[in-house]
Design a protein around this ligand. Sequence first.
Ligand code: ATP
Length: 276
Amino acid sequence: MPHAVKIDRPRSVDLSEIPQGAPDGTDKDEALERTAELGKELSELQETLFYAGKHALLIVLQGMDTSGKDGTIRHLLNFSNVQSTRVAAFKVPTPNELAHDFLWRVHDHTPGKGCITVFNRSHYEDVLVVRVHDLVPKDVWKRRYDHINAFERLVSDSGTLILKFFLHISKEEQEERLLEREQDVEKAWKLSVGDWKERELWKDYQEAYEDAIGKCAAPEAPWFIVPANQKWYRNLAVTEAVVEALRPLKDGWLRSLDEVGKKAKAELEQYRSTTS
Ligand code: ATP
């Protein structure tokens, strides 16, 4: 059974019905072992993706503050090749970015064929924080769902797999993580009064996420709602979803690499026959 809830068609989403924690009885050691196996497979898949150069992979990470976006990125990077993998973080837009349409700054960061890009926050902020804080009028952000769907279709049509993850934590878990940061000298740099202020808007954010996920889900750009209260379970769920999306393409990549190899060999043989 998959460890994340996959949503690949527009539908209404009620996040309160989806668990934030691992199901009762999940064995942590077994989960860690399975994640390690999947990680090994992911390393091989991303290597084949890179050399075949037929597809790209875009991973979008979204979640409330402290939901574990950074930790998920660190985990995924364990199985990636620095030649082919990038991380793009989307922060408060600059004046120049704001002077353009909201997708302008995003498109440039989408991965080229053979590459993987992880978005740490993304174009979805423009229907999340922007909506919750009324940064643009409602009729502006409401039209953005259609723009996002069209944009993702375009990116997907050019051979990019898009996998979007919502790291689903509970409000209680967030409080624990924020308090933990205060105790941890090494994480003190992450402290921000803004995180506590945003927390007061929890319900508004959950509603904004429900709409973003429900309105912008498509077979070519599915959402995965990941129970993220336990980091080990979150890592299992994300690794599994990525591996399962890439696995069906592997044979095609190997075939095209084989053809390239055969062609190169034939050229070499012909070259040798003319020089000997
Ligand atoms: P962490 O979650 O690890 O604490 P972070 O992702 O919050 O890190 P920050 O630089 O602290 O990183 O925050 C980025 C901020 O930029 C977030 O508050 C996010 O909502 C905001 N942001 C991103 N995109 C937009 C946007 N289009 N409009 C307004 N704010 C945005």
